[in-house]
Design a protein around this ligand. Structure first.
Ligand code: BT5
Length: 264
């Protein structure tokens, strides 16, 4: 483990107006998303960031866990109060995915791929994941938390066996240590940039960039849900970030959420 994150170093590198103006840094926490949801409920300002050196109960989607060793990666949650309907909230995951992809490109010159909806991949290995959670009422978002975990410097050989075959870190691919404070500052400013575009209603612009990073588009995929599983070709996205799936029969389904498997 190298040096721990230093808030004054982060602040010096940060050039945002809203995102990360307030940062709560924890050395150990169960989950930054859980803490951010609590802060959101007690009125924390839009843009507040919860950051941790390690998580003992890092959350993935659907009750899964996010492996979060100390001092090597980034684990952060951003509290947002977008004036949007529930149906539009998924676009925040898209905004976050684009911000992570752009930051990785800036820091490594590697162009990552995004597996719908929330996996950031390099050479098919998952280097980052995003978990969006929210509180709502009357079909509107009260507040929302977007959680991002990015594997910067962890050694995959020391990760738990279940993820050794699927996870990757930026250090693996570049052979060099990534400056975590610098990466965080850039990622927050990329996030702010795309979040402002989202708030201005320019969804097409965001979806175009997301589509450019998509590792899912054009692939044959399988979607599993409680109703069963369906297969088809990923043929596009709608303006809410949903996936358009063209079945062999020609019917196009819109998949709003879920897990997909790339089968070719
Ligand atoms: C995700 O879930 O990819 C969302 C991960 C979000 C983590 C961040 S960290 C900061 C914030 N606070 C939280 O508590 N969470 C967020 P999902 O698509 O369900 O993927 C989870 C799966 O990814 C696991 O079941 C493993 O297979 C794999 N996995 C777990 N840890 C990983 C890691 N560090 N790197 C790559 N893959 C991992």
């Amino acid at each position: 483990m190298k040096g721990l994150l230093d808030l004054s170093d982060i602040r010096q590198k940060l050039n945002t107006k809203i995102i990360g103006k307030e940062i709560r840094l924890f050395e150990d926490i169960d989950s930054t998303n859980r803490e951010a949801m609590v802060l959101g409920a007690s009125g924390a300002k839009e843009g507040t960031v919860v950051l941790a050196e390690s998580q003992t109960g890092g959350k993935g989607r659907l009750g899964r866990t996010w492996y979060s060793p100390k001092g090597e990666n980034l684990y952060l949650s951003i509290i947002l109060r977008p004036p949007v309907l529930l149906a539009e909230a998924q676009l925040i995951t898209v905004v976050a995915a684009v911000s992570v992809a752009e930051t990785i490109k800036k820091f490594t010159d590697i162009r990552p791929g995004v597996k719908w909806p929330n996996d950031i991949l390099i050479n098919r290995r998952k280097v980052a994941g995003i978990l969006t959670e929210l509180a709502s009422g009357n079909d509107k978002v009260n507040y929302l938390v977007v959680g991002i975990g990015i594997n910067l410097n962890m050694e995959i050989s020391s990760a738990p066996e279940e993820i050794r075959g699927i996870a990757g870190s930026l250090k693996d691919f570049t052979g060099r240590e990534i400056d975590r404070a610098g990466f965080l500052a850039t990622n927050l400013s990329e996030f702010e940039y795309y979040y402002m575009i989202f708030k201005a209603g320019e969804r097409q612009r965001i979806m175009d960039i997301y589509t450019g990073y998509s590792a899912t588009l054009g692939n044959r995929i399988r979607v599993r849900s409680l109703e069963g599983s369906i297969e088809g070709i990923a043929c596009g996205f709608n303006m809410e970030g949903g996936l358009l799936l063209k079945r062999d029969s020609g019917i196009i389904d819109t998949i709003l959420a879920g897990d997909i498997e790339h089968i070719s």
